[in-house]
Design a protein around this ligand. Structure first.
Ligand code: ZN
Length: 99
């Protein structure tokens, strides 16, 4: 499964939530994608600790964890360490793939 199969969008933090951008990480400080667990309709929102051409999301913006981003598009994005959604999906994003 790929990020693009889960409706992934790079996002920019706003005081009321976030704005969806497109498939480029430039100008984004996070990413949103649908939960990979089959049958789950909720989304997963993550913030980067190294956004491209964009300030960091404020430290108080939930979730508090910040991920190092590698890659600049939905097809090349990798995030480490793993993403652990409590009592739900725990996995990796590597080269745009969900693992
Ligand atoms: Zn879920």
């Amino acid at each position: 499964m790929r990020l693009t199969d889960l409706g992934a969008k790079f996002v920019q933090w706003t005081p009321t939530g976030y704005t969806e951008l497109d498939s480029s990480a430039r100008g984004a400080n996070g990413i949103f994608f649908l939960c990979p667990t089959p049958g789950h309709a909720h989304g997963i929102l993550l913030w980067f600790n190294n956004p491209l051409d964009c300030p960091l999301a404020p430290p108080e913006a939930p979730p508090r964890s910040r991920w190092p981003r590698m890659g600049e598009t939905l097809d090349t994005l990798s995030l480490a360490p793993s993403i652990n959604v409590s009592h739900d999906w725990h996995g990796y994003v590597i080269d745009g793939r969900i693992q």
